[in-house]
Design a protein around this ligand. Structure first.
Ligand SMILES: [Zn+2]
Length: 256
């Protein structure tokens, strides 16, 4: 069920009987010369929609702009500052709680949002209002991602390319995959630059001229479909697990 397409009287039964909501979050930021800026929020929305359809749980509208200042040198990238993002997410999560939701899955597809969603989840958990957790699709299927790609790339690499080839193939510039690889940083994961143990870079452009990492020519729609199905199955299981937990068990433990 998609909240924004329902008339309010038709939502009453859901909020009376259920207490879980899926919130998709992504970014609108450069994803190299071959993928659309929407990549992350398209991916998040697709997973949340599939899981909602398969479980009957509610999904909310998608948060399409996230914490992406590290991509700002590339034209069109949008972002909000981290404190604003945290307050915004906390506020609308509390607003879901007002209607009776007490557990939320942030279906996230942008690495830059992770630590901030964890922080919001902690605030809500400490206040014992809502149990909200962050889920990132590739973290649910690490073995499959490693099996499918030799050079994954943390951003704009073959795994995201394959997912968009599967979900929205008309938005992928397949004729630019070799350029994406050759103009980027194909082996980033093996050799992320540090100096004496310190991470010395802040922006994507410090490591890649065209904004992306990994070998994009390794992507296919078939690999994208396989990842999508396996990660969706993980998300469905997470929904069912979370729904099964007594709320008291999700609250902070008492002081010793
Ligand atoms: Zn991305």
């Amino acid at each position: 069920m998609y909240l924004a397409e329902e008339a309010w009287p038709d939502l009453d039964a859901y909020f009376e009987n259920e207490s879980l909501a899926l919130v998709p979050l992504g970014s609108t930021e450069q994803h190299g010369p071959h993928l659309p800026l929407a990549t992350d929020h398209l991916i998040a929305e697709a997973f949340a929609t599939a899981a909602a359809d398969r479980t009957g749980f509610l999904r909310t509208p998608t948060i399409t702009v996230g914490v992406s200042p590290h991509h700002r040198q590339f034209t069109g990238t949008m972002w909000v500052d981290a404190p604003v993002f945290r307050d915004y997410v906390e506020s609308f999560t509390r607003n879901l709680a007002y209607h009776g939701i007490d557990r939320v899955i942030y279906v996230n597809a942008h690495g830059g949002n992770v630590e901030h969603l964890r922080e919001v989840g902690r605030r809500l958990h400490d206040d014992e209002d809502v149990y909200a957790i962050e889920w990132m699709w590739n973290d649910s299927i690490p073995d499959l991602v490693d099996e499918l790609f030799e050079h994954n790339g943390p951003h704009g690499g073959p795994k995201e390319t394959a997912l968009i080839q599967h979900l929205r193939s008309e938005l992928v510039h397949d004729d630019r995959l070799a350029d994406a690889r050759d103009g980027g940083f194909p082996e980033f994961e093996a050799s992320a630059p540090t100096h004496h143990g310190a991470r010395t870079f802040y922006d994507a452009i410090d490591n890649t001229d065209n904004g992306v990492f990994g070998d994009q020519t390794d992507a296919t729609a078939e690999k994208g479909e396989r990842m999508f199905e396996e990660a969706t199955a993980q998300l469905v299981q997470l929904c069912n697990w979370l729904d099964d937990q007594p709320f008291a068990d999700l609250l902070p433990k008492d002081h010793v």
